[in-house]
Design a protein around this ligand. Structure first.
Ligand code: ADP
Ligand code: ADP
Length: 223
């Protein structure tokens, strides 16, 4: 079992943004988190990554309680937040070097790790370009490279294709699929075709509750 979420709840003031949700994810699964804007996807992801404390409930990732060991969790997880900010005043290669350092990648391994990320994310032709020179699609590839540079086991991507044009979306989806061959992945989206194209299983979240859980095919049959 990779992830176990039990009765997870978040209030913002009086508003319940996430309402007692429970689910389990097996190691290696690629899960789509599908729901309209405001459904509670980002809030759930921020709690799973240890960036936000739940109002109630527990999250275990590979046996580690997120609330108790947030630093262990940050090493295990690769998190790409929605609208991920990048320092734009640096060439890609320097930026990834900086990210690797702050993620604690061992000094002797950094160069090789950056080479792998540039290769995996299709950034070889651009690696000396400044981030402010890149298209949104390439910036998002850098964001993906950044989020996985410390070789985490579980990848959590929040609306990673928002704001991209169709060709860029196809490239980012391909990359996520490739990552999903080796890792446990959670991908949030408000677009059905996005999670259908990439995920083994879909959790539908609405008004802070999980309202459906299954393969795209099984959810179609229920609908
Ligand atoms: P999604 O990612 O599915 O769009 P969110 O988790 O961002 O949903 O938001 C769930 C609900 O909580 C929404 O009604 C949103 O406006 C509200 N919300 C999100 N973040 C905050 C915050 N920091 N303070 C207050 N309300 C918030
Ligand atoms: P998302 O799709 O992630 O919810 P938003 O544009 O709704 O993106 O939110 C952007 C940021 O503002 C997030 O950090 C979110 O937590 C916060 N936020 C969202 N809704 C509210 C709100 N009603 N009050 C305060 N902060 C909010």
């Amino acid at each position: 079992m990779s992830i176990r979420v039990h009765n997870l709840t978040k209030y913002y003031g009086d508003q319940k943004a996430v309402d007692q949700i429970s689910f389990e994810i097996q190691t290696g699964e690629v899960i789509g988190f599908l729901g309209p804007n405001g459904a509670g996807k980002s809030t759930t992801m921020k709690m799973m990554t240890g960036y936000m404390a739940p109002s109630d409930g527990t999250i275990y990732i590979e046996g580690v309680n997120v609330a108790e060991e947030p630093l262990t969790i940050k090493r295990k997880i690769g998190y790409l937040p929605e609208n991920n900010p990048l320092y734009t005043d640096m060439p890609i290669i320097d930026y990834l070097h900086f990210c690797a350092e702050i993620q604690g990648v061992h000094r002797d391994a950094i160069k090789e790790r950056i080479r792998q990320m540039i290769d995996l994310c299709g950034l070889d032709d651009e690696k000396h370009k400044y981030i402010h020179e890149l298209s949104k699609g390439y910036r998002q590839r850098v964001g993906l490279a950044q989020s996985i540079i410390h070789d985490p086991d579980v990848l959590i991507f929040d609306e990673p294709t928002t704001g991209l044009d169709p060709n860029q979306i196809i490239e980012i989806r391909k990359l996520i699929k490739k990552l999903g061959e080796e890792k446990t992945v959670i991908l949030s989206s408000h677009i059905l075709s996005e999670v259908e194209a990439t995920c083994d299983r879909i959790l539908i979240i609405n008004q802070g509750k999980i309202v459906a859980d299954g393969t795209a095919e099984s959810l179609r049959k229920q609908a």
